[in-house]
Design a protein around this ligand. Structure first.
Ligand SMILES: Nc1ncnc2c1ncn2[C@@H]1O[C@H](COP(=O)(O)OP(=O)(O)OP(=O)(O)O)[C@@H](O)[C@H]1O
Ligand SMILES: [Mg+2]
Length: 141
């Protein structure tokens, strides 16, 4: 499904709805060019789950993985831009995993939600292409 986002408020609204569709053990794959908004979406999603974590969310480009602890489950925030691949076998199913630059690794074994972010013409406009039956059905309901 295609979701039009006109500004950061829209983005936070989508993230809030998205967060309500999660149990906390999912793998979410993020795609999109440089500065498309992958980290910003992750920040919005993490803060929708636990507002107190908002300031902790930053780009894991150099650390490869950030871990944010919520009362219910850990959130693993990965960025494959530099490393190109990362073994997630130890963490998969044990928390929420969000992967930026998921195009660098072969995730075809996983039937999981995918989000591609495209920059629109205006400064803050984005198109979010959300793929995944469960998540799409949940977002539509
Ligand atoms: N609707 C929007 N959604 C997401 N980001 C937006 C939006 N409007 C403006 N922005 C801005 O665009 C920039 C996106 O940067 P961000 O670091 O999130 O992108 P990224 O895809 O993670 O980049 P990188 O490729 O470096 O990982 C931020 O400055 C953010 O504030
Ligand atoms: Mg980023």
């Amino acid at each position: 499904m295609k979701v039009y986002i006109k500004d950061l408020e829209d983005l936070y609204n989508l993230a809030k709805r998205f967060s309500k569709c999660l149990k906390g053990n999912e793998l979410i794959l993020l795609y999109g060019d440089l500065s498309a908004g992958k980290t910003t979406f992750t920040k919005a999603l993490v803060s929708s789950i636990d507002k107190s974590l908002e300031d902790e969310v930053n780009s894991p480009t150099f650390t490869v993985m950030n871990i944010y602890e919520t009362p219910e489950f850990p959130i693993y925030h990965l960025d494959l831009y530099r490393v190109k691949e990362f073994d997630i076998s130890d963490i998969v199913g044990n928390g929420l995993i969000i992967v930026e630059w998921a195009n660098f690794q072969d995730f075809s074994d996983y039937d999981v939600p995918k989000i591609e972010i495209k920059i629109e013409f205006e400064n803050t406009g984005r198109i979010f292409y959300v793929n995944g039956n469960n998540i799409e059905n949940c977002l539509k309901s």
